[in-house]
Design a protein around this ligand. Structure first.
Ligand code: NAD
Ligand code: UDP
Length: 309
């Protein structure tokens, strides 16, 4: 039985990953400071003998005996990671540093949850892992975007010079059950607004695009990346289906049978105009590709939000 640490394990993606790791027969230590995560996401796991929850901030060092570390701790929604930009930059850098030190001490494999944000507002479309990005180092998204970039650098530095066994995944917009209704990201915002009969808030003209991956598909990719023995990444994990925010809003209205109206709000600074992963590398190295289409994933997500709001 492996001892697996999941930082950010009470969050949206982390809690689904904990489910999977328990199902695979591991001992899981879920570490989280509950900043954007919630105990309700892992409530069903608390009675499992092989599941431990530890409330801790990864900016502070952490000691444990572990075989694998999944480093997911970091607020992912723009309103939350912008709430305290210095704290976000510290989580990205010091959090990664602390977890890499822990991996080194334990001779453990460590996976970093990086992001499509490392490509910034991309000039290459779709984005391949070899593209180096177009990121503003001094904008409102920089604490997160540059934080995640420097975390990748730190991971590679530990790999190249300190012999740490690393894995890096670049996650593209992922959605599904257990997103916080107040999270602020587009899928949860649109669904909650539609279900409450409130106006759907389109930022800007709504022509910007994103590619949305259902959480079960992402977790499969994350797990395969950790378990593969000969490829450390970085690798894109996302669904190549690309939609404008207007198209997303129209789908949500249809699937919720809502009479909400679309309204336009100011576009936040540095909001990327387009985003779509090239997943050839994930297909080749991991035999992975998403299975769940946007409409199907939205139906499951809407069902979840109906039950919690
Ligand atoms: P989330 O906000 O639901 O989860 C993040 C978790 O980290 C939360 O449980 C939060 O409480 C915890 N956390 C934050 N700061 C912490 C700290 N200092 N110490 C300990 N725990 C801390 O977000 P998510 O969507 O589940 O994202 C998980 C990871 O995946 C993040 O690293 C994020 O950057 C990355 N990611 C997610 C997406 C996506 O679309 N969901 C896209 C790209 C990258
Ligand atoms: N967005 C929107 N309305 C909302 C929330 C977000 O139109 O209520 C837009 C946002 O401006 C961006 C896209 O949806 O263009 C995706 O935003 P999100 O915060 O989900 O993810 P990210 O911008 O980090 O990809």
């Amino acid at each position: 039985m492996k001892r697996v640490l999941v930082t950010g394990g009470a969050g949206f993606v982390g809690s689904h990953l904990c489910d999977r790791l328990i199902k695979e027969g591991n001992h899981v230590i879920c570490l989280d400071n509950l900043f954007t995560g919630r105990k309700t996401n892992i409530e069903h796991l608390l009675s499992e003998p092989n599941f431990e929850f530890v409330e801790h901030d990864i900016v502070e060092p952490f000691e444990a005996d572990v075989d694998q570390i999944y480093n997911l701790a970091c607020p992912a929604s723009p309103p939350f990671y912008q709430e305290d930009m210095v704290a976000t930059a510290k989580i990205c850098f010091l959090g990664a540093l602390n977890m890499l030190e822990l991996a080194k001490k334990n001779n453990a494999r460590i996976l970093q949850a990086s992001t499509s944000e490392v490509y910034g507002d991309p000039e290459m479309h779709p984005q391949k892992e070899s593209y180096r990005g177009c990121v503003n180092p001094v904008g409102i998204r920089s604490c997160y975007d540059e934080g995640k970039r420097v975390a990748e650098t730190l991971f590679f530095s530990y790999h190249l010079q300190r012999d740490v066994d690393i894995r890096i995944i670049r996650i593209f917009n992922t959605y599904g059950p257990r997103m916080n209704p107040d999270d602020g990201r587009v899928v949860s915002n649109f669904i909650v607004e539609a279900l409450k009969g409130e106006d759907i808030t389109i930022y800007g003209d709504g022509s910007q695009t994103r590619s949305f991956c259902y959480v079960d598909d992402l977790v499969e990719g994350i797990y395969r990346m950790m378990e593969n023995d000969d490829f450390c990444g970085p690798v894109n994990l996302g669904n190549p289906g690309e939609f404008t925010m207007i198209e997303l809003a129209e789908k949500v209205l249809k699937l919720t049978d809502s009479k909400s109206k679309l309204i336009h709000c100011p576009l936040p600074g540095d909001d990327p105009t387009k985003r779509r992963p090239d997943i050839s590398l994930a297909k080749e190295k991991l035999g992975w590709q998403p299975e769940i289409k946007l409409d199907e994933g939205l139906v499951k997500t809407i069902e979840y939000f109906r039950s919690v709001i």
